[in-house]
Structures are given as C-alpha cells and as structure tokens.
Design a protein around this ligand. Structure first.
Ligand code: ADP
Length: 152
C-alpha cells in the first residue's frame, strides 16, 4: 500500500483557546504517526497561496486576518489512507454539520473559526506539505510496538 502523508494546521482560533495539546492528542490516541511538527506565523503570501481557491469569496479578508492572528501549528501525519482518515477525524467545514466525536464537531464554534485545516486530497497534501515544511523537517522513523497503518 502507498504510504501517504497529509498536513493539518491548528488554526489561530484554536491556539487562542489552548487546544493545541487536545488536538495533537486526538491523532496520537488514534495511533496516527506524527512525522513533522512546527509553529509558524502565516504571512499574507502564504495565506493567499493556501486559500487561493477562496480568493473571490466575500469572507476571504476575514479568513486572512484570522489565519494571521497568532502563529499556527503545522503537523505532518503519515500512514495508510491518511488523507481521507484525517479529514474524517477533522469533521465537516461547517460546525453545524460536523459530527460529534470529530475535532470540529467537538470544538468548532463557527465556520470561520473551525479549529483545524486538513488537506483534502493526496495531491493537495503533497503541495501543502511542501508549502509548510522545509526539506529535512519531515521525518521517517520506525515506531516500536505500534502498528503503522501504512504497513497494513
Ligand atoms: P475546508 O477547510 O473544510 O477544506 P474550504 O477549503 O472550503 O474548507 O474552506 C477553507 C476555510 O475557509 C474553512 O475551513 C473555513 O474556515 C473558511 N470558510 C469556508 N466557508 C466559509 C464561509 N462561508 N464563511 C466564513 N468562512 C468560511
């Protein structure tokens, strides 16, 4: 099976609410392997690239301001079918539709402040990981006594 990687961003709204540990724990508890982790401040250029598909939307300016309010935490995750699985764990974009038990379902309070970003497709994930991580900041390593879904 193809080993995939995906990107999660803990958004400023979640940093303000002190949810960093809680969100990372969700992935660890599910046995998902963390292969990269960093805090960074998004520049206007980075937000423009990352949300290019929303540039014409009336709420784009609000998104931009909210994504630059504090640094974000970028997480690279690896495993079998990881892009789809992490999207499922993250929940729907709109908090009213996000299922209980998902990160957004449990913590998201508004569509603008929906706690996390998770890559939508394998192609998007590749592009986004390159956008947020430098070479050498995403790691390959073996976990002891933990089954990697990548090896299933
Ligand atoms: P997702 O983050 O679930 O992949 P999108 O790529 O469509 O969803 O949107 C990116 C982000 O833009 C969303 O996570 C949300 O924070 C914000 N957003 C989307 N739609 C709206 C909206 N109608 N009003 C305000 N913010 C929105």
């Amino acid at each position: 099976m193809q080993r995939e990687r995906t990107l999660v961003l803990i958004k400023p709204g979640a940093i303000q609410r002190e949810l960093i540990g809680e969100i990372i724990t969700r992935f660890e508890r599910k046995g998902i392997k963390i292969v990269g982790l960093k805090m960074l401040r998004m520049t206007e250029k980075l937000v423009n690239e990352h949300y290019a598909h929303l540039r014409e939307q009336p709420f784009f300016r609000d998104i931009k301001l909210s994504m630059m309010e504090t640094p974000v935490v970028a997480i690279a995750l690896e495993g079998y079918d990881i892009v789809r699985r992490v999207r499922t764990l993250s929940g729907a974009t709109n908090p009213r539709e996000a299922a209980p038990g998902t990160i957004r379902g449990d913590y998201s309070i508004s569509i603008r402040n929906n706690v996390v970003h998770a890559s939508g497709t394998i192609e998007e994930a590749l592009e986004e990981l390159q956008r947020f991580f430098e070479e050498g900041e995403v790691f390959s390593y073996q976990r002891i006594n933990v089954m990697d879904f990548a090896d299933e």
